[in-house]
Design a protein around this ligand. Structure first.
Ligand code: 13P
Length: 251
């Protein structure tokens, strides 16, 4: 059985004091959640948020990371630096990083491997653009993105990752994929994993859906066989809407 995961990606929102206030509210409201809960504040708020959540089961993630341990890479942050802050998770290859910061499939694969080498759980993101979907290329694109990541990993390593399917056309647009559209791609991703690393790994690995997840659509998405959770942007920035997602069974 895969345990569900509801993850909030705060993107470039929240000063440190705002982040501490939001994390404190989430901490109060998340008790009794039917899923694992994770939040990903900006780098500047990681340490204070870790300290707010100490002793709880709410996990903290960074939103990006470099693949080298250290070096002359101005502006970058490494896995050992995250570990040092007790940040044990990282979102990698988000479509905004691919689109605005020129991240490639190979770079995302390399970062995924680097995170695992440092005992950080990667949430590695894939997703097609609207043009790719409309020209019938969705499965080609997703297959290429997923396989590039899997190729970099051993079977044992693959059991320690989370994949997030975030169709680019659904991010921040209010245009959510239907549960059936999302399920179709999630099932395809699971097939890719099964082909590459076997059914056991494929069955155990969590695949999150992201893109305009809100309290009023979460239940339909979560009821799909291959959807194991959500990676949430906009609705994770306010305690009430995020907590409604965390308690998706009550929606
Ligand atoms: P929205 O929930 O705002 O569409 O963002 C999704 C996302 O990009 C999460 O990583």
């Amino acid at each position: 059985m895969r345990r569900a995961l509801i993850a909030g990606n705060w993107k470039m929102y929240k000063t440190t004091s705002e982040a501490v206030a939001l994390a404190s509210e989430i901490k109060k409201g998340a008790a009794g959640a039917p899923s694992d809960v994770l939040i990903a504040p900006p780098f500047t708020a990681l340490a204070p948020v870790v300290s707010v959540l100490e002793g709880t089961s709410i996990a903290v993630a960074a939103q990006n990371m470099h693949f080298e341990k250290e070096g002359a890479f101005t502006g970058e942050v490494s896995a050992p630096m995250l570990k040092d802050l007790k940040v044990a998770n990282v979102i990698l290859g988000h479509s905004e990083r691919r689109q605005y910061f020129a991240e490639t499939d190979e770079g995302v694969a390399r970062k995924t491997k680097a995170a695992l080498d440092n005992e950080i759980m990667p949430i590695s993101c894939v997703g097609e653009t609207l043009a790719e979907r409309e020209s019938g290329k969705t499965m080609d694109v997703i297959g290429r993105q997923v396989n590039t990541i899997l190729k970099a990993l051993t079977i044992a390593e693959s059991t320690r990752i989370v994949i997030a399917y975030e169709p680019v056309w659904a991010i921040g647009t209010g245009k959510v994929a239907t549960p059936e559209q999302a399920q179709e791609v999630h099932a395809f991703i699971r097939q890719c994993i099964a082909k590459f690393h076997g059914a056991q790994v494929a069955d155990a690995l969590r695949i999150l859906y992201g893109g305009s997840v809100k309290p009023d659509n979460v239940k339909g998405l979560m009821s799909q066989t291959d959807i194991d959770g959500a990676l949430v942007g906009g609705a994770s920035l306010k305690a009430d809407s995020f907590l409604n997602l965390v308690h998706y069974d009550k929606q």
